[in-house]
Design a protein around this ligand. Structure first.
Ligand SMILES: Nc1nc2c(ncn2[C@@H]2O[C@H](COP(=O)(O)OP(=O)(O)OP(=O)(O)O)[C@@H](O)[C@H]2O)c(=O)[nH]1
Ligand SMILES: [Mg+2]
Length: 218
């Protein structure tokens, strides 16, 4: 590729991110105007995004009107899991794209009756890298890692931690069989982003899910 072509690719990429940021701002405004609390869950494949959302909606779906947007490359498995709790879902299949972007969310906000929603949970496509370039306009971004991803997972993927508001270290029920030091993982996250609020959870046993709910809804 020639130098000129390379700089054109970089420019296009920058345009893409700028456009995404602009649309995310519009999404954020619409959500605020409609009084909808919106949370965007990001994290690697299998970290427990759907499992955490399941545990949350199981506990609060009687008190709030919840909509869940599930981003997934090809299936509606996660949306089906959430619907078991009587919660409405929209599945977005991204095909070759490795993250949701603000255009996806803007289309939902445009076409859905937002007067019927108090809380919006967005599950991004399972990926620890791609979503960092694409904010969506949610009030908080929550990054989930599980201790099965190895002790260095946070240090190796600083971008998502830098630009998230909260971090969840999940699968704590497996701590005795995994060789990880959770205090070191917490320290790694705080070094990348001192403002990060960190929760240690198990979506399997429900450990600390109530604390998490209290924090995000207050
Ligand atoms: N032991 C244990 N297993 C968990 C926990 N959370 C999730 N799992 C399991 O981990 C697997 C993946 O969980 P999911 O909730 O599907 O993960 P995800 O982040 O939504 O994955 P993708 O949508 O594919 O990116 C499932 O088999 C879950 O039952 C946990 O806290 N402890
Ligand atoms: Mg999932």
């Amino acid at each position: 590729m020639s130098e000129k072509n390379i700089s054109r690719v970089i420019e296009l990429n920058e345009d893409l991110i700028e456009n995404n940021d602009r649309l995310a701002e519009q999404n954020s405004k619409i959500l605020k105007d409609k009084n909808i609390r919106a949370f965007d869950f990001v994290g690697a494949i299998g970290a427990g995004k759907t499992a955490i959302i399941e545990k949350i909606v199981e506990r609060i779906s009687n008190d709030y009107r919840i909509l869940v947007i599930n981003g997934d490359v090809a299936t509606r498995i996660d949306a089906n899991r959430i619907e078991k709790y009587g919660v409405r879902t929209i599945q977005i299949n991204t095909g070759r794209e490795c993250a949701l972007n603000s255009y996806h969310i803007s289309q939902v906000l445009k076409n859905y009756n937002l007067n019927e929603v108090d809380i919006l949970f967005i599950e991004n496509v399972g990926n620890l890298i791609c979503p960092s370039d694409f904010i969506l306009g949610a009030e908080k971004r929550i990054v989930i890692v599980s201790i099965t991803e190895g002790p260095w997972v946070i240090r190796k993927h600083p971008m998502l931690f830098k630009y998230s508001d909260m971090a969840i270290i999940n699968k704590i029920d497996l701590k005795d069989i995994m060789d990880v030091n959770i205090e070191v993982m917490k320290k790694d996250a705080k070094e990348i982003n001192p403002n990060l609020k960190i929760f240690i959870t198990s979506a399997m046993t429900g450990e600390n899910i109530s604390k998490l709910i209290n924090y995000i809804l207050n």
